[in-house]
Design a binder for this molecule. Structure first.
Ligand SMILES: C[S@@+](CC[C@H](N)C(=O)[O-])C[C@H]1O[C@@H](n2cnc3c(N)ncnc32)[C@H](O)[C@@H]1O
Length: 364
């Protein structure tokens, strides 16, 4: 029976039975929310929906999902049926209806400006400035909690000054207890080494400290997900590249080629320092994947299928990012790879969502 069909005295009795506190003065709809709470979130820069999928699986309900990329918005609408998806720059949305009404504000504000390989300009980069925009939204709607995902490089950027600046920016009104940690997805049920920083804030008035999720005991590897994968499109290698990969074993790379071919393929970078293990890398069924990127095949960062001479296909990419097989990505093949490669792995997001819910449960 729907809770809305209960009378007020029946709801009061239910609160008593299940041990809810301070229910006496509440009206009927407040009692329903106490008994069966809905935990809401707003996500900006939501991409193809890795983070939102995990949060929904954990038990959150989306109030608003935003991205400025049309394909991402189509993907979000298609998979999160009925969700309020707004396709625009995040700072062009009117957030005033949400003031004081949101449990979680989250976003994977774009990483390029902080990534080890990127420009390393950080907050001075117009994209880095999205952090300032996120802080403005945060200080307007004052959600109970917030969470930002970013690349590991954020922690070392400008000798650690950037992360301190960001925290100061986010906590300009001193409302939140903020903690941050770098989590490796391979320790949270995802067959992929992928390190990302999560910054989490909890309203000081809630009086609880956020605990990052415990690592799982299982360590899935590629053989756990790369069998019986649904058929899908995928990028292809040239005949020359296929011939090179035929000589490279699982877990191997350019190092496994004969010296002459190594020099030919690497050219000048043959003589540069560093392991260059991403070059002509073939993944291993016995290990987690290397971090998936926005494109499945690049000269410096190859991730060849463990058993075949081809890049990973769309559905293989999605499996490794722990998306369900029925989650559909909309757009061209390269747009789909990008949406998946940019995502927070669904299972990692679910673990974080569960930890966030521990803060929110029994807090009204
Ligand atoms: C790292 S991806 C987010 C991935 C997402 N967290 C997930 O788990 O699937 C960053 C997203 O930010 C979006 N974006 C960039 N600038 C934006 C802006 N000004 N407003 C809204 N979205 C933006 C990009 O289109 C991209 O999809």
């Amino acid at each position: 029976m729907e809770l809305s069909n209960f009378s007020k005295p029946e709801l009061l009795e239910l609160c008593e039975i299940i041990g809810i506190k301070n229910y006496e003065s509440k009206n009927k709809s407040q009692l329903i929310q106490l008994i069966n709470p809905v935990h809401t979130f707003i996500e900006v820069c939501a991409g193809g929906g890795g983070l939102s999928s995990g949060l929904i699986k954990a038990g959150f309900t989306p109030l608003l999902l935003n991205d400025n990329n049309k394909d991402c918005c189509k993907t979000l609408k298609h998979n999160h049926y009925g969700a309020n998806v707004i396709c625009s720059p995040m700072d062009e949305i009117d957030y005033t209806p949400y003031i004081g009404k949101v449990d979680l504000l989250t976003g994977g504000v774009p990483c390029q400006s902080f990534s080890q390989a990127g420009l390393r300009k950080g907050l001075d980069d117009p994209r880095g400035d999205l952090m300032t925009k996120f802080a403005t939204i945060l200080n307007l709607i004052k959600p109970k909690t917030f969470m930002i995902e970013n690349v590991k490089g954020l922690l070392s950027h400008d000798g650690g000054k950037t992360i301190k600046k960001i925290i100061k920016l986010l906590n300009k009104n001193n409302l939140y207890n903020i903690s941050y940690k770098c989590l490796d997805a391979s320790k949270y049920d995802v067959p992929q080494k992928r390190e990302r920083v999560f910054i989490v804030g909890v309203l000081k008035t809630i009086g609880k400290i956020f605990e990052f999720p415990e690592e799982s005991s299982e360590r899935p590897v590629l053989k756990d997900v790369l069998y019986d994968v649904p058929v899908s499109d995928g990028a292809k290698y040239s005949d020359e590249k296929k011939a090179l990969f035929k000589m490279i074993p699982q877990g191997g790379c350019w190092i496994n080629l004969p010296k002459k071919l190594q020099k030919e393929y690497l050219g000048n970078s043959y003589y540069s320092s560093g392991g260059k293990r991403g070059i002509l890398h073939r993944l291993s069924m016995e290990k987690p994947s290397l971090t998936l990127l926005c494109t499945p095949s690049q000269k410096q960062t190859e991730r060849c299928h463990p058993l075949k001479e081809r890049p990973l296909r769309i559905r293989e990419y999605a499996r490794i990012q722990s998306f369900d097989d029925d989650y559909q990505f909309i757009g061209s093949m390269s747009s789909q790879y990008k949406q998946i490669g940019n995502a927070v792995p669904v299972k990692l997001a679910e673990h974080i969502g569960e930890s966030l819910l521990k803060i929110l449960v029994n807090h009204y």
